[in-house]
Design a protein around this ligand. Structure first.
Ligand code: SAM
Length: 212
């Protein structure tokens, strides 16, 4: 993704009450931060946060955490939160490769991966958020019934993900190569920014839901 560095974004992220700093210190204590025992759902690579904000508004009985590595992108979500604050949503500015050092075993009930960066070169395959390496980290932090929900418009990344899921011994509870024309899988679908952009261009949206 091409990234425009926004002046003041680092400072805004650093000062924001909606961003959890020193996130590794919350390890095993995320429920305390929300002040309840509601399930915790996270989105890795949340971008500007539209998807999570819509979900957080729809589901006050769920706690949400959005993870984004670039402050200039996260900054846009913070601006929206200032306008319309939500008590069941926090953000972390971090690279997800250390996700298992931030969440304790079985602390997370669901992981959303939406339009993840494809990393098309073979030598970068381990960086894909649906690689076996990442699935191993998700296995640690997810509850036994936990789910990974993945959407993309990138067929090669989707095929790669199907292989990773099988190689890691996970199973599929849902899979479609045309989400918006799949009545069952599309029920209650919340669109992401990228999903709207790509589907407007006519690209089919791929989705799978994986569990162990
Ligand atoms: N999920 C949003 C959507 O569907 O509209 C944004 C999709 S955008 C293509 C992918 C986002 O994931 C970017 O903002 C990127 O910075 C973030 N990202 C990619 N790899 C990441 C990682 N390892 N850790 C945290 N964020 C990551």
């Amino acid at each position: 993704m091409r990234l425009k560095k926004i002046k003041g974004a680092d400072e805004a992220v650093e000062a924001s009450k909606y961003v959890v700093h020193e996130e590794d210190k919350q390890f095993g204590k995320w429920h305390e931060l929300f002040g309840n025992q509601n399930p915790i759902h996270i989105e890795i690579g949340m971008g500007k946060g539209r998807f999570l904000m819509d979900l957080a508004k729809q589901n006050p009985q769920v706690n949400y955490i959005g993870i984004e590595r670039y402050s200039s992108v996260l900054y846009r979500a913070l601006q929206k939160m200032e306008e319309e604050p939500l008590t069941n949503l926090f953000f972390i500015c971090m690279d997800a490769s250390t996700i298992h050092q931030v969440f304790a075993p079985r602390e997370v009930a669901r992981i959303y991966l939406n339009f993840s960066d494809p990393w098309p070169k073979d030598r970068h395959a381990k960086r894909r958020l649906t690689s076996v390496e990442y699935l191993k980290r998700y296995h640690i932090i997810l509850t036994p019934e936990g789910l990974v929900e993945f959407k993309t418009d990138n067929e090669a990344l989707f095929d790669f993900t199907l292989e990773s899921v099988a190689a890691a011994g996970w199973k599929l509870s849902g899979c479609t190569r045309d989400l918006h024309h799949d009545l069952q899988m599309n029920q209650g679908n919340v669109m992401t920014e990228y999903e709207e952009r790509f589907s407007t261009k006519g690209n089919p949206i791929y989705k799978l839901i994986a569990y162990r």
